[in-house]
Design a protein around this ligand. Sequence first.
Ligand SMILES: [Zn+2]
Length: 400
Amino acid sequence: MSFRKISAHKIYPISSSPIENGVIIIDENGKIIALDVLDKHDATTVEFFNGVIVPGFINAHCHLELSHLQGVAQTGTGLIDFISQVIKNRDHSQEIIQDAIAREENNMLQSGIVAIGDISNTTDTFSQKRKAHLHYYTFVEYFDLFQVQNTANTIEQYDAVFNALLETDKNKKSKVPHAPYSVSKKLFQHIIARSNEVDSYLPKTISIHNQETMAENELFLHKKGGFIDFYERIGFTTEAIPNIGQSAIHYALNFLNKADRNLFVHNTLSTKEDIARAQQQLGADHTFWATCPNANLYIENSLPNYNNFIANNSQVCIGTDSLTSNWQLNILEEMKTILKYQSYLSFETVLTWATLNGAKALGFEDVLGSIQVGKTPGLVLIENMENNILMANSVSRKIV
Ligand SMILES: [Zn+2]
């Protein structure tokens, strides 16, 4: 067995304190054998990189199958217009779809992403996922838009997608609800009941889009606003939408289960109280909050207030969302945005969001998320930082 010694100006293991001029010893499979300091090693046996080394990034929320739709939706029009534009433009030839999937997977890999929580409404990404270039947690996403007369058909349609994907060590899967504003009680009950079936991957991760726009809260607080207008415009009945007099996350909390890891995505409008309530019911240690800041800026021109998560000691992780709502699928770019607009947060805090917290959310923390003996996390070099601060021209690339 041969070993490599890899060093840089600073190493962030995440599971332990940063090491100035640290050395990481890995085996030929990239498994971490030891962490040390440069002084103790003959410099000619060490590969030295200019910059900082961090564990492979975890992209906790992506829609890889939408990669061919880059630039289709206009920025700043709000979520409801965004959804309408994506539905209108979704269909393309398989050749175009498959090319974009392979291209964007490779871009993510090169920039240091090692695992993806990926939403699938179709089987389009499955042949690429089978190549196991990255770890995937595939969330097969169900929605019936409250048209309960069609719920049985919806279930049949997405069950077929779910069954087409095989599970392996690098490829996990679960059935998930799309969002509070698009899933009926009947469908919620079906999905969550299914998620508790006894099988080899318990506990499962249940991902759900949450509180991305004002209209979503308005829908459940008063059964009024943009979503009611949207449903009426497309000729859909709103009869099965409940008026619960509470914000949208409370509707989902009627169905979500403490036995699962629950991953709320976006949370742009989640209040301190919403977050506390969810963590209290579902257990703070296996409740996760994915933020996709560039997508929030793209669609709604707003960002979550991260103080709400800090105040609740929440486990925040980071996603890119899809290329329909982002300029690139790159976790370092998401970190830059967070630190640009809410610079009270430290690089190290946001780095933990981008690595270990995402690995926990997807159930990959045994192998990924930190530079720790026995793990195979992938090693990422970040170049062009100044005084431990990310600059506009900082870049990341996978070195192991
Ligand atoms: Zn999404």
